[in-house]
Design a binder for this molecule. Structure first.
Ligand SMILES: [Zn+2]
Length: 244
């Protein structure tokens, strides 16, 4: 039996410095306290949360460009000629590996103007082809990761109005209404209860899942480069606007 997650006493502010060692130790201690498997504790950066908007077809869409994804494996593109995630550029699908950091950040954003928490969907997923860091988001006191192939494993929806059945079926994973820490923990621990023996088996289990490369980015007036911006980068930009 695992215990339920509790709020951290010292929640980060957006101005915290990143201390990788401390973050890593804290993350491991919480996973341990919550009863997560050795597989999860050995692969903390291979799993993580991100948030999305929902596009006109009721599918997950990048918060920044008009591109929708219609399959459970989201594949990143790179116009620099690399295979994401590459240390040579910052392309990839960004995510926050720690559910506490992720929900704290969304809590913070929910108090910001122009951020509609009811309009977003959060997903937890696994990085199928490795991960790199996202150093652009250091100001948040967290260190997001990015991957080239992100398999969605669970969904939390914001407010009402989403086609829940469509989301469940398209991304082939469990879904819960309401974005909060308890639900994030529920999604992660549900997966963990039936986790394969090794990470290689996790990847193998998803090798024939349908893939999505995103559709209709040309509908957006924004440049393609915005597609690789992370949720946290967007958050940082919102925060900076709010302070002006
Ligand atoms: Zn690139």
């Amino acid at each position: 039996m695992s215990t339920k997650p509790r709020r951290r006493k010292n929640r980060p502010t957006i101005h915290d410095e990143v201390d990788d060692q401390r973050l890593h130790a804290e993350c491991l201690a919480r996973l341990d306290e919550l009863g997560f498997s050795q597989l999860r504790r050995d692969h903390v950066y291979d799993f993580g949360w991100r948030y999305w908007k929902v596009g006109p077809n009721g599918l997950l869409a990048s918060p920044l460009v008009a591109s929708e994804y219609d399959a459970p494996v989201i594949v990143a593109s790179c116009h620099h000629g690399h295979t994401p995630p590459s240390p040579e550029c910052s392309c990839g699908i960004f995510y926050v590996h720690d559910m506490f950091h992720f929900t704290d950040t969304l809590d913070f954003l929910s108090g910001q103007p122009r951020f509609d928490a009811s309009g977003i969907v959060a997903t937890w997923g696994v990085a199928l082809n490795g991960h790199e860091v996202d150093r652009s988001a250091e100001r948040w006191g967290i260190r997001p990761r990015r991957t080239g192939r992100y398999r969605i494993l669970g969904i939390m929806t914001g407010g009402p109005g989403f086609d829940l059945r469509k989301l469940r079926e398209t991304y082939s994973c469990p879904l819960v209404e309401g974005i909060n820490l308890k639900h994030a923990w529920a999604i992660e621990s549900l997966w963990d209860e039936t986790a394969p023996e090794s990470f290689a088996d996790v990847v193998k289990g998803h090798q024939s899942d349908r893939e999505s490369y995103g559709t209709a980015p040309e509908l957006s007036g924004l440049k393609q480069r915005h597609a690789r911006e992370s949720a946290t980068e967007a958050a940082a930009r919102l925060e900076s606007k709010a302070r002006r």
